[in-house]
Design a protein around this ligand. Structure first.
Ligand SMILES: Cc1cc2nc3c(=O)[nH]c(=O)nc-3n(C[C@H](O)[C@H](O)[C@H](O)COP(=O)(O)O)c2cc1C
Length: 362
């Protein structure tokens, strides 16, 4: 659980509307004056995507959309930070209010709609920081774009040399029509084009790993097509996943009727089952990042066992506080040792079959 100072901070932040609280948190973290988490225990080190992660626990996209607090966030004990979603042009996103706390369920509904400063401003921020830590950049398309695939390609060129890895986000529910890029034909075209752009941007040098982030709401046929196309495309990994349109399992009715994507605890079961099904489809070779409802070391371990190489958190940090990564690191290290796993790799996929066979919450 959160410590005393952390609890106090959360109590203050929860007096504000979620977006104001979020801005305050980013501002505070960007000052870089908070304590530095201890280095993650050595048995959490893991090599994925050709990168050496100090811990498999990372911060998911959307928390630091504009790359304003990367170094402050790395100090909290995350093994990697994913900034964005970044679109080529700056855009304001949807009308407010557009972010809602469902406190009893430790969940969030958001329909922000890719509000961000645009790729030039964000690239400049990343270029200005001293290199260090693993920082991924999550790419999107502008709402008004007439050629969405071209927007992703522009992002790849802009960030290939600034990012530790790139993510093609086709799973936000808050840009109308975006998720249709997960349909087989456009999905294949998109992946081939971003992989080609990535290869060209490398210009003979080191190629930047590129992943695709998908929704947890796909049916079995769509998931199988995505797995097949992803493996054939030369993409380096898949993130599963984004927020869900499902409202299953909510006890907090306060904002359950709001449109947007649901994240946090109620998403855990669905996202973990889908992750395991994806692992079963792609086989052991393809790196997968498991996201959705992780707020404890037990939940993070479950993601590894279901088939994730790496794990990301967003909503858990809102409810459990800024020390969540440090707490999970300490406990996950113990959990791995108790099971005689020498490293996170040893746990990956041990329970894929069990998770994949579970029924999705309807
Ligand atoms: C307020 C909010 C904003 C988000 N913005 C983005 C985003 O810009 N890009 C993206 O790929 N995911 C975004 N996400 C989704 C998260 O990265 C993550 O996939 C999802 O919330 C599930 O993880 P969680 O249950 O740990 O929050 C956002 C989530 C929330 C709650």
């Amino acid at each position: 659980m959160a410590g005393f100072v952390e609890r106090l901070g959360l109590n203050v932040l929860f007096r504000f509307d979620p977006e104001t609280a979020h801005r305050m948190a980013i501002r505070g973290l960007s000052l870089n004056v908070h304590g530095k988490a201890p280095p993650p225990p050595a048995n959490l080190r893991t090599r994925v995507l050709g990168l050496d992660f100090p811990t498999p626990i990372g911060l998911a996209a959307g928390f630091d959309k504009n790359a304003e607090a990367v170094d402050g966030l790395l100090r909290l004990g995350f093994g990697f930070i994913e900034v964005g979603t970044v679109t080529p042009l700056p855009q304001p996103g949807n009308a407010k209010p557009r972010m809602f706390r469902l406190e009893a369920d430790e969940a969030i509904i958001n329909r922000l709609g890719f509000n961000n400063d645009g790729m030039d401003a964000i690239a400049a921020r990343l270029a200005a920081r001293r290199p260090g830590g693993i920082v991924g950049v999550n790419l999107g398309a502008n709402k008004a774009s007439t050629d969405r695939i071209a927007d992703y390609v522009a992002g790849v060129y802009r960030f290939a040399r600034l990012a530790s890895y790139l993510v093609v986000n086709v799973s936000s529910p808050n840009t109308p029509g975006l998720r249709s890029l997960q349909d087989a034909d456009p999905f294949e075209t998109l992946l081939l084009r971003v992989v080609a752009a990535r290869d060209e941007a490398a210009n003979g040098g080191v190629t930047t790993p590129i992943l695709v982030k998908i929704a947890p709401d796909l049916d079995d046929g769509a998931l199988a097509a995505i797995a097949r196309i992803a493996v054939a495309s030369g993409i380096d990994g898949i993130i599963l996943g984004n927020t869900t349109l499902s409202r299953t399992g909510l006890t907090d009715r306060s904002h359950a009727g709001e449109s947007g994507g649901l994240s946090g605890r109620p998403l855990f079961q669905r996202a973990t089952i889908m992750l395991a099904r994806l692992r079963a489809l792609v086989g052991p070779g393809m790196p997968l990042i498991g996201v959705g409802g992780v707020d404890t070391a037990e939940a993070a371990l479950a993601k590894l066992l279901a088939g994730a190489d790496l794990v990301q958190i967003y909503t858990g940090m809102i409810y459990r506080g800024h020390n969540i990564a440090a707490r999970i690191n300490a406990r996950l290290s113990e959990l791995l040792a108790e099971r005689d796993f020498a490293s996170p790799e040893d746990a990956v996929g041990r329970e894929t079959d069990r998770w994949a066979a579970m029924a999705l919450p309807d």
